[in-house]
Design a protein around this ligand. Structure first.
Ligand code: ATP
Ligand code: MG
Length: 606
């Protein structure tokens, strides 16, 4: 009857469809093969898989609900707002996207209706499995969420699925080297199985889930296990994905109804063809102000609930939250913040539990009996009140944090800067996507005009150093780098070696954006003038003395603001980034110098 069961499932598949033909063929083979043999098991599990793929016939897809529901967009917006604070531009973009999804569904439905008049439904036997209702409208682009860790990419994907009322599945592509992980192993291979796409479809149980392809930037490229990136392209390409071929299932599967969303931490490592198919939505990170709101409205309630407390019992003062964010985390997103808040909440949960035990112990048997009585009446049983009506509450203030979280990890180290000859502050974005300032240190020692560079520097940043020194040498006279004693100014740099260092020495650094900071450091070193310590700068330089634009402006400016830098020197061409991406309250507290040339940069710095 096991066989009969499989047979029933196969017969439920569309008449005339490929999957049904294959299913019947395999089922007949299975019948002939003795039970308990390896082959028998292999075919059996194949048929289990084959019949559990959500084919059009056994998928419960009903796009109709989003058609009939005229408040769909309002509800969708409410869903996005309920799950995420801020991100206004991104939410607007997602709403456009959802509106298009709905309009397309409407168009499709209209098309099906006109076709419904001539009886081309599955009933006619032997009808070729051509899907006449295939969406002719333009397929919406695939969304690609790009941003540093913990900025809400994955959870936005979840939110979209909820808004659409579709199941959500996540496929992690990080470190996928083998094409078979996406596309499945051929059945000749022992213990073979379908790839992650089919597995996700099966778990979703519908052919139109939202599938989040996590970390597409970390998928492997062509190697001797095949080419996972190419498989991924096929999955995402609307021209091809209506007949996706999983090697294990070996019957084309229609993925055209699946809503794919990709996430990635950077754009740098994504292949051009993939990027070309995606619409990039950038999540660049939160300001402290935004983090405070997110913490209060989302992270703290979530952690309180997860640890069995109730909202009314535990409060963190604003001061304490800000303290956690600034002193214990350094990130663009909010993941470490969430973790740190979780640690605080757990600490308090333990105190509460101990308090309960103590109080209850003191009350003895009588209390326990009464407690049980209460339980049976009130199922939620979450008692922050003990038998005598005493309540347990806690307010966590900033000064308590050291007891709970230990010594702050980022104790204002950026704030005690020094104003010193040869030292200038540059702006950086770290691997975590967090902006900050970085001292550029230079010193001179007797030598022959060479440049020594240290601090785990990459090739590009080293070249910036060379350009900077060459420029300073050729302009030594105008810069007044004469060093007195009647020496030919151009020759001064030749009797010294310049050593440039970027701490922290173990952190890899690269990129051209330290250019103007290096120039200023050298000028300061050779002229003896200091750059004030509340100035920081970023910008690429050219040998001809131009300053060209750089990336990461938003996070750099936010990092500088946090470090209490009040004057920032930036390339002229980055004006728009400051205006678009930096919150007004931050901009108001800072002064920006937009420069086109190195001369202008020096004017602003000295
Ligand atoms: P990664 O690149 O590491 O995968 P991610 O961008 O996918 O990071 P998420 O897992 O989506 O990060 O977010 C981390 C946590 O922060 C989640 O709990 C999420 O709900 C929360 N979060 C992020 N942004 C917001 C926001 N704007 N409002 C509320 N919660 C947020
Ligand atoms: Mg994620």
């Amino acid at each position: 009857d096991d066989l009969a069961d499989l047979r029933r499932k196969i017969e439920a598949l569309d008449v005339g469809s490929e999957e049904r033909k294959v299913g019947i063929r395999e089922w007949r083979r299975l019948k002939r093969i003795p039970q308990g043999s390896v082959e028998n098991g292999v075919i059996r599990s194949y048929l289990e898989w084959l019949t559990s793929v959500p084919w059009p016939s056994n998928s419960t897809t009903t796009p109709l609900d989003i058609l009939k529901d005229h408040s769909f967009l309002t509800r969708a917006r409410a869903q996005l707002d309920a799950d995420h604070y801020g991100l206004d531009q991104i939410k607007r973009r997602l709403m456009e996207y959802l509106a298009v999804v709905r309009l397309r569904a409407l168009a499709d439905a209209a098309q099906t209706q006109t076709q419904g008049d001539n009886p081309s439904t599955d009933a006619s036997p032997g009808a070729a499995p051509t899907p006449p209702t295939k969406s002719k409208g333009v397929k919406g682009p695939i969304l690609l969420f790009v941003g540093p860790p913990g900025t809400g990419k994955t959870s936005l994907g979840q939110s979209i699925a909820k808004a659409l009322g579709r199941p959500f599945q996540r496929i992690s592509l990080g470190g996928v080297r083998d094409e078979a992980e996406i596309r499945g192993h051929r059945r000749t291979y022992v213990a073979s199985s379908p790839g992650s796409i089919v597995q996700a479809l099966r778990k979703a149980g519908r052919n139109d889930p939202v599938i989040l392809l996590d970390e597409v930037d970390k998928v492997g490229h062509s190697n001797f296990h095949g080419d996972p990136a190419a498989a991924l392209l096929e999955v995402l390409d609307p021209e091809q994905n209506h007949s996706f071929n999983d090697h294990y299932i070996n019957v084309p599967i229609d993925l055209s109804q699946v809503l794919f969303i990709c996430t990635s931490n950077t754009l740098d490592t994504i292949s051009a063809p993939l990027l070309d198919r995606c619409e990039v939505v950038e999540l660049s990170g939160y300001t402290y102000d935004e983090k405070m709101h997110i913490a209060k409205r989302f992270l703290l309630p979530k952690q309180i609930c997860a640890n069995g407390l109730s909202d009314s019992q535990l409060t963190l003062t604003d001061d304490a939250l800000l303290h956690v964010a600034t002193m214990y985390t350094r990130e663009a997103g909010v993941r470490s913040l969430e973790r740190a808040i979780g640690a605080v909440v757990r600490f308090k949960a333990v105190e509460w539990a101990e308090w309960l035990d103590k109080e209850n112990g003191a009350m003895g048997e009588e209390w326990n009996a009464k407690q049980n009585e209460n339980r049976s009446e009130k199922q939620d049983g979450n008692t922050n009140v003990n038998g005598s009506g005493k309540e347990w509450r806690a307010i966590v203030e900033a000064h308590e944090l050291e007891k709970i979280l230990g010594i702050p990890r980022w104790d204002g180290e950026e704030r005690d800067r020094e104003e010193k000859r040869g030292v200038v502050y540059g702006l950086v974005v770290t691997g975590m996507g967090e902006g900050g300032i970085l001292p550029v240190e230079s010193t001179a020692l007797p030598g022959t005009g060479r440049l020594k560079l240290t601090g785990s520097l990459g090739d590009v940043i080293k070249e910036s150093g060379e350009i900077a020194l060459s420029w300073v040498k050729t302009h030594a006279f105008e810069l007044g780098i004469t060093a007195g004693r009647g020496v030919d100014p151009l020759k001064v740099p030749d009797v010294i070696d310049v050593h440039l260092h970027l701490p922290a020495g173990a952190q890899k650094k690269d990129g051209p954006s330290a250019g103007i900071a290096m120039i200023c450091a050298f000028v300061s070193l050779l002229s003896g003038a200091c750059v004030p310590k509340d100035i920081a700068m970023t910008g690429e330089i050219t040998l001809r003395g131009r300053v060209t634009p750089v990336g990461g402006i938003r996070m750099k400016v936010l990092g500088a603001h946090r470090a209490q830098i009040r004057k920032v020197i930036l390339p002229w061409a980055n004006r728009k980034d400051v205006e678009h991406d930096v919150a007004l309250e931050v901009r108001r507290e800072m002064q920006f110098f937009f420069v086109r040339t190195i001369d202008e940069a020096l004017d602003a710095a000295f």
